[in-house]
Design a binder for this molecule. Structure first.
Ligand SMILES: *Cc1c(COP(=O)(O)O)cnc(C)c1O
Length: 386
């Protein structure tokens, strides 16, 4: 079965993890900080705190930014559930702004309209989580301008876009957003099994997420009333166990060295798909804004199912029967029963996202995909259209 995504773990990764397993520290050892330093260097952030997964990174970010019950936080409906769920964790209220049909990321013009609508009702928007969907960065220039104008916090859910460039810069994320979250789940660009991080240039945010990562415990003398002995620690607020282990971090450090090659490989595959589908008007290949270089975590192909002789479900099943496991990214979050029931969203609220969902299929893209497999995927998509 060829799946839409797959990790690449080689012998150097395995050797590094085995070495770590033989060491003194399985968790809370020196490999955690080594991975943090490697991430800071790679993504150009002053601070990095690695955590158990990308969802934990989003959760702690919201808490560190001081989200309170009733605060309004906006994101894109075309994202994984945990982006929006992380808003609910802190008691804040999630809202959405439709995507731009030429980037598949949050539409800055519609965002500004929504903020103005809230302001007209004497309500303020606390924060915006931009999602660099599929590996295509949001228009961070526009988001930054809006963020400054309306005094919003900006978060980059960067899980898809490791290695992408905005205005030529691979280190864009922490420059524009107050906090950046990543995930190292096996389908993402690099993996630690489960894992994630918060990258930021803001020392206060970093300090807060570090504290909350491990139960809210501090041993730092300047944060405590005094010290009664070397065993002593204090807790000033309730935190979690969102730590990641040393052997996972070793895997992450080893994987990070391969990121540039991984992204290069993904871009080559995307080029083959662009060539195969770009000239046929039944398809829309993923557009790329001139401001960005795409990192292709996904290859979201739109197929105009109303113009072909097959519906999406049948197409999925026939592709599966020849060994190709497609996916869809994503069911718009506002259409989930929980979101409709609790927050009153309904079909039609975000029409561009909904139409995108109707058309979108994620076709296989991962570094180890062979050229024969790429040809097979292309041939099967055409064969199964009618
Ligand atoms: C994967 C992902 C997450 C969550 O990361 P986990 O490590 O699976 O918790 C959040 N947002 C986006 C956009 C993702 O792709």
């Amino acid at each position: 079965m060829i799946s839409y995504g797959r990790q690449f773990v080689d012998q150097t990764d395995i050797d590094a993890v085995v070495e770590a397993l033989k060491g003194d520290w399985l968790t809370q050892g020196p490999k955690v900080e080594e991975f943090e330093i490697a991430l800071k260097d790679k993504f150009g952030a002053n601070h990095c705190c690695v955590v158990a997964n990308g969802t934990a990174a989003l959760h702690l970010t919201g808490l560190a930014l001081g989200w309170r019950p009733g605060d309004i936080v906006i994101t894109s409906p075309i994202t994984f559930l945990s982006t929006a769920n992380s808003i609910i964790y802190s008691g804040a209220i999630p809202d959405f702004v439709d995507i731009d049909s030429t980037t598949y990321t949050i539409d800055p013009n519609k965002l500004e309209e929504k903020i103005k609508t809230y302001n007209a009702q004497s309500k303020n928007v606390k924060a915006v989580i931009g999602v660099d969907y599929a590996g295509h960065p949001c228009d961070w220039e526009a988001l930054k301008t809006i963020g400054e104008k309306y005094e919003l916090q900006l978060i980059n859910d960067n899980c898809h876009a490791l290695g992408a460039r905005f205005l030529g810069d691979t280190q864009y994320a922490a420059k524009y957003a107050d906090a950046v979250t990543q995930s190292y789940h096996p389908v993402k660009h690099i993996t630690t099994g489960e894992g994630g991080s918060i990258l930021t240039n803001n020392g206060k945010i970093d300090q807060k997420v570090r504290l909350l990562r491990s139960h809210g415990i501090t041993k730092d003398l300047k944060d405590m009333g005094g010290r009664n002995g070397s065993w002593y620690y204090e807790m000033h607020e309730v935190g979690f166990n969102y730590r990641i282990s040393d052997f996972q971090c070793v895997l992450g450090t080893s994987q990070l060295k391969k990121l540039d090659n991984f992204v290069e490989k993904r871009r080559e595959i995307a080029q083959s798909y662009d060539a195969a589908f770009g000239m046929d008007e039944r398809f829309i290949i993923p557009p790329v804004s001139e401001k960005v270089d795409h990192a292709y975590h996904l290859y979201p192909l739109q197929l105009k199912f109303d113009k072909v002789g097959v519906n999406k479900n049948d197409f999925f099943e026939s592709m599966k029967s020849v060994g190709i496991n497609l996916q869809v990214h994503y069911i718009p979050v506002h259409l989930q029963p929980y979101y409709m029931k609790r927050f009153g969203f309904k079909p039609g609220d975000f029409p561009i996202a909904e139409e995108f969902y109707a058309n979108e299929i994620s076709i296989p893209i991962f570094p180890q995909l062979k050229s024969s497999e790429i040809e097979f995927v292309i041939a099967q998509i055409y064969d199964n259209l009618n």
